[in-house]
Design a protein around this ligand. Sequence first.
Ligand SMILES: NC(=O)c1ccc[n+]([C@@H]2O[C@H](COP(=O)([O-])OP(=O)(O)OC[C@H]3O[C@@H](n4cnc5c(N)ncnc54)[C@H](OP(=O)(O)O)[C@@H]3O)[C@@H](O)[C@H]2O)c1
Ligand SMILES: [Zn+2]
Ligand SMILES: [Zn+2]
Length: 370
Amino acid sequence: MAAKTDYKFQGWAGDAPDSIEGKLKWIDYEPKEFAEDDVDIKILYCGICASDISTLSEGWMPMKDNWPQVVGHEIVGEIVRVGSNVKNGLKVGDVAGVGAQCDSCLKCKYCDDHKENYCHGGMTQTYNDKFHRTSPGSKSWGGYANYWRGPSHFVFAIPSQVDPAQAAPLLCGGATVYSPLKQYGAGVTAKEVGIIGIGGLGHFAVLFAKALGARVTAISHSDHKKEDAIKLGAEDFLITGENVPDAIKGRERSLDLLLCTSNAPDMPMDAYLSLLKPGGNFVLVGVPETGKLPDISPFTIIMNNVHIGGSAIGSPDTIREMLDLVAEKNIQPWISKYPLSKVNEAVPAMVAGKARYRFVLVNEENGGKM
Ligand SMILES: NC(=O)c1ccc[n+]([C@@H]2O[C@H](COP(=O)([O-])OP(=O)(O)OC[C@H]3O[C@@H](n4cnc5c(N)ncnc54)[C@H](OP(=O)(O)O)[C@@H]3O)[C@@H](O)[C@H]2O)c1
Ligand SMILES: [Zn+2]
Ligand SMILES: [Zn+2]
């Protein structure tokens, strides 16, 4: 039953690119009109994803007239309102969350095929986007906030064995790496897996590749994360350093799958690709702010028969499967918490690369636990 809405939607908003320097402001805003397949979530936790930063900074593209923006798409909280047409069993009081996608057309062939993240009409992103299916034209608002409203199809019950704070960053960061690791057979056809960039996504990728049975090589630009990567489950650690071709000497053609979570604008693509065995796959999930990939020699791809692909977040089915795996194998994401009220310290710390490995904002007023 839909309850009366006696709460206000408020959150930390950016209104210019320099908001990532600690200038987010607490604002009131109007969410989409409540549809009968929507739920409202009282937010307890929200992870900070690098995409939040690249959106606010306009690193990928100008915001144009979309300011102000409340970002955050790794949201977990308590369901406080459920529409009469919610079909996936969610109820008031459940601990549940939403990731980077909050809607799609739900009727194209990709949606029918449970690949809503590749909806033919395009996904509605959890922030910096507009709804189309219900409340058309209404703006989407993210999770650095007190409440979230949106379609229940993209809201997931958090298994009781999983800590809700750790669950939050799984919903974008975790899903984004779990999805291609599964698609490209990590631990099954791809026994030797390399993870490039040990940040938020990269640390999830090491945890998941290991849990799926692969032998993991962590590939990092410095030696700072070596001990952590081994603790996370990597068997091997490759420091790419200043001279990447030198660093990889002797390791050519050693990996079946390379998952690249780095967003470095000057990625040494030829060197990375030479780590793959013939027939191997390079899958990109990191998005450099230049909007371009560095040059790749055609010979690297042709003479080694390597494949280059990309992957966007995870479908609802994939997210549920990931959450079940986390519960079953007791996978422990490495998070550190900031009170939501200190978001203007947390965001600059994320920008400075200090997260080990995901910052999670805690809404203590709503009952989130530090
Ligand atoms: N495809 C999708 O659907 C999707 C979903 C979510 C996020 N993303 C994107 O994925 C990327 C990673 O996100 P994240 O939250 O994991 O970010 P993050 O925590 O900042 O991690 C990025 C990692 O990339 C490496 N790196 C970054 N800049 C570098 C540089 N200049 N030189 C060398 N290495 C550098 C670092 O790893 P080392 O220190 O180990 O080298 C860093 O820890 C972002 O671009 C984000 O927007 C994509
Ligand atoms: Zn994200
Ligand atoms: Zn669709």
